[in-house]
Design a protein around this ligand. Structure first.
Ligand code: PLP
Length: 430
């Protein structure tokens, strides 16, 4: 899959010419004058998402409450419909996926469903390299169970450095562990974990395992049913381009449908009986049973068009292009940005099978100010303190030529010392 690259502009043009996904770029609104490589923080608006959003706004305008049953996709069924659409992206059956809530909320909901510490099985394994919200949620779940987070939460690796070795996680498993929650892709380094091997090992110890796939959904294929994963969550505003305010998703393996949703709410009812308004809660025997409240229909509407694009392009082709793009970027960084005075290094594993969708460019001294200089030049990356500039080439709308330009601009910023004029103060959102 990795092809031969060179540092010429011609090479970049040639890669774009041979790219079967290049027509998709025209369906996105690229902010004027920018090279947007921040799609792993907030994906861009597509015409498709805009259209499905406008359709629902029109339905609201013309039908009022009737939109719940008379919408083109009835609002009452939109969350399940989006789940059905997302199911092939994660290797699930339609009933195992639903669009609902937020990532952090869904972690609370599923962890409280599965985490019942007793009989010496009280611990939770997570990673010290996790996105912090996952850790906040796990600690509060442990505290809600009357236990001490510092005693029950095992964070791997102990030294907090990447890469995170699967073997170190597996070594920490034991009969004392009740639950594991790990990211599929680490948000800083972009390392992809071997979810299949981790699931297999967890189940050998009788441990429930779930994954936060916010950084892999829409970039990497998943096979949850085949791997036997117990549950998963992800957001839809990164690689899925669902937009700010778009709903998160949850996956629940069907062998768990008869568990009781710990955080019950009326939208989790069996749909045919939801409006009977019974006080006894009967949850739907599907991921939908873990819904709580009326869905945010406007956010969900945009996610529909966005998902259609991803499905049309195909996750296999997306992954293939993503790996070629990240491979090309790593090649350019090694060739053009590694040696002094540039001094960038790569914080992402080099093996394709261990890479998610973005590349962490590490600059120990000046990452923050170099990021500022990039933004002034119309390049939108993101920055994770203290030393990482994350570059996410999005197969649906970025080009190889943009990556080549990015490397040229980075050299210019260092050559001219242009970064030196920026203040070292942090912004509210880095
Ligand atoms: C983006 C992201 C989240 C976001 O959580 P929200 O509750 O949707 O704000 C959570 N976890 C990970 C790993 C993420 O990358």
């Amino acid at each position: 899959m990795e092809r031969r690259f060179d540092t010429s502009e011609r090479c970049a043009r040639g890669l774009d010419r041979d790219d079967p996904l290049s027509p998709f770029r025209d369906r996105f609104y690229i902010p004027a004058g920018t090279i947007y490589v921040d799609g792993n923080s907030l994906g861009l608006l597509s015409r498709d998402a805009e259209r499905s959003l406008q359709r629902v706004v029109h339905e609201w305008r013309t039908k009022g409450i009737k939109g719940w049953l008379d919408g083109e996709v009835p609002w009452f069924h939109l969350a399940e419909r989006l789940g059905e659409m997302a199911a092939p992206l994660v290797g699930a059956e339609p009933a195992e996926v639903v669009a609902t809530g937020t990532t952090t909320f869904n972690i609370h909901s599923l962890v409280s469903t599965f985490y019942h510490p007793r009989n010496g099985r009280t611990k939770i394994i997570a990673s010290s390299l996790d996105f912090p919200t996952d850790i906040y949620a796990l600690k509060s779940q442990i505290a809600l169970s009357g236990l001490k987070p510092d005693e029950e939460l095992l964070l791997v690796p102990l030294d907090g450095h990447s890469p995170l070795e699967e073997s170190a996680i597996i070594d920490s498993m034991s009969g004392k562990v009740a639950l594991i929650l790990l990211p599929s892709v680490l948000y800083r380094s972009g390392q992809l974990l071997d979810m299949e091997a981790l699931t297999e090992a967890a189940h050998r110890y009788g441990i429930i395992i779930g994954f936060d796939c916010s950084h892999s959904i829409g970039a990497v294929p998943h096979y949850f049913d085949r791997w036997g994963v117990d549950f998963a969550v992800w957001c839809s505003y990164k690689y899925l381009n669902g937009g700010p305010g778009s709903p998160a998703f949850l996956y629940l393996n069907k062998r768990h449908f008869d568990r009781y949703p710990a955080l019950a709410g009326w939208f989790g009812c069996i749909k045919e009986r939801q409006f009977d308004m019974n006080l006894a809660f009967e949850h739907a025997p599907s991921a939908g049973g873990w819904q709580v409240s009326s869905p945010g229909i406007l956010g969900a509407a945009a996610a529909q068009g966005a998902l259609e694009i991803t499905l049309e392009a195909g996750i296999g082709r997306i992954r293939e292009k993503s790996l070629t793009m990240t491979g090309y970027l790593i090649f350019l960084a090694d060739a053009l940005l590694g040696p002094e005075p540039y001094a960038f290094s790569i914080g992402t594993p080099r093996e394709a099978a261990r890479r998610g969708g973005h590349v962490a460019l590490v600059h120990e001294r000046e990452a923050m100010r170099i990021k500022e200089a990039l933004i002034e030049r119309g390049v939108i990356p993101d920055y994770r303190p203290p030393d990482i500039i994350r570059i996410a080439p999005i197969p649906l709308y970025n080009t190889y030529h943009e990556l080549w330009r990015l490397a040229v601009v980075l050299r210019e910023i260092v050559d001219t010392g242009a970064f030196e004029k920026y203040d070292v103060k942090r912004r509210l959102i880095p």
